[in-house]
Design a protein around this ligand. Structure first.
Ligand code: HEC
Length: 328
């Protein structure tokens, strides 16, 4: 009996010891792996992708390894969230200036690879006047899914059947230090630029080398219309600052009927679909970049029209009174 117990405890202890060694080994392994590259990508099998310029690249080796990057997911047929998201990120891109492509790299991966050929992605990038350093990418569906899973972004529903369900997240990271941060592309562009241009560099870059920190905190006295304009429209429009992605809206109330203006702001996609002549004319003039339906409430549309009308009046311009549509 005693012998039995002894042999049992020896076996038990040996087992325990072996387990200990094993888990210690695993711990050390993980530690070394992290220390070696600080990477979330340990054991990550590389993924073949094609850029909007038709170049074949590998996701990890060519795009991520050793770099500070931003990654988001879009598809080019999407009429609301993706254009709004891309226009917002373009503000970040502008703020970082020529650092994008040099020490910061931006990637937008299509969740609709069936339709998003490199040509489709290229024309999308052109519509948004996107230059070097920001790459649009296509990969096989299952590979895109793997990337999303890797960042903890995969969804329950099948986004490839309905890309409208795609994840509106932005991942910012430094592969070298292993720091990864999840954000929304609709966050304040100045804050996103600070993360990409400064925080992820672990103090290796002086804060003032980020192109601009000029954005002041939201003034508490901003009217509802002004606030909406700043947060929802300014990525594509100015008021007197010239054309950006869309037309300069200074004077817009002097040339458009208020009812047309309100409907356009509420559902530009429907008006283009219905073939409204003015909507189509604008759409063609602006590189077929469709203004997104921003899902605004009626009260928000009203506040915006009021804001645009006031902005014109303040500059001595005379808005078109209601019911005098002059479509030209
Ligand atoms: C993603 C970019 C984008 C965003 C965001 C956006 N627009 Fe536009 N907007 C456009 C484009 C591009 C056009 C030109 C028509 C077209 O191509 O669809 C346009 C056209 C317009 C026009 C018609 C101008 C004219 O001459 O008649 C108005 C008014 C307008 N936008 C208001 C707004 C307002 C208000 C917001 C915010 C609530 C907004 N837009 C947000 C891109 C955008």
């Amino acid at each position: 009996m005693r012998e039995k117990i002894d042999s049992f405890s020896v076996k038990f202890l040996t087992g325990l010891f072996a387990l200990g060694v094993l888990s210690l080994g695993m711990l050390l392994g993980e530690f070394q792996a992290r220390a070696a590259s600080g990477s979330l990508f340990q054991h990550f099998e590389d993924i073949e992708m094609t850029t909007h310029e038709g170049k074949r690249v590998r996701f990890y080796e060519d795009l991520i390894k050793g770099k500070v990057v931003s990654i988001n997911f879009i598809y080019t047929r999407c009429s609301d969230s993706c254009p709004a998201e891309t226009a917002k990120l373009r503000e970040v891109y502008e703020r970082l200036g020529d650092r994008v492509g040099r020490d910061i790299f931006m990637y937008s991966i299509s969740v609709d690879p069936q339709h998003d050929t490199p040509e489709a992605l290229n024309s999308f990038a052109k519509k948004f006047k996107i230059g070097p350093g920001w790459t649009f990418l296509r990969a096989e569906e299952s590979d895109v899914e793997r990337i999303e899973k890797h960042f903890g972004l995969d969804l329950d529903s099948d986004e490839f059947d309905d890309p409208d369900d795609h994840n509106i997240s932005l991942v910012l990271g430094n592969e070298r230090t292993g720091q990864w941060i999840k954000r929304s592309p609709f966050d304040n562009p100045g804050a996103l630029a600070r993360i990409l241009g400064y925080r992820l560099f672990d103090g290796m870059v002086a804060q003032n080398t980020v192109k601009s920190y000029s954005e002041a905190p939201e003034a508490p006295s901003l009217s509802a219309g002004a606030f909406l304009f700043k947060t929802r429209c300014e990525s594509c429009h100015t008021l007197g600052g010239g054309e950006t992605l869309g037309p300069d809206l200074l004077g817009v109330t002097t040339r458009r009927d208020p009812a047309w203006l309100a409907r356009w702001i509420r559902e530009p996609d429907r008006m283009i679909e219905e073939g409204d002549p003015l909507a189509l004319k604008l759409y063609r003039e602006y590189r077929e970049l469709a203004m997104p339906n921003l899902r605004l409430e009626d009260s928000e549309v009203e506040a915006l029209v009021e804001y645009l009308t006031e902005a014109d009046r303040e500059r001595g311009l005379v808005p078109v009174p209601p019911r005098q549509a002059r479509l030209h």
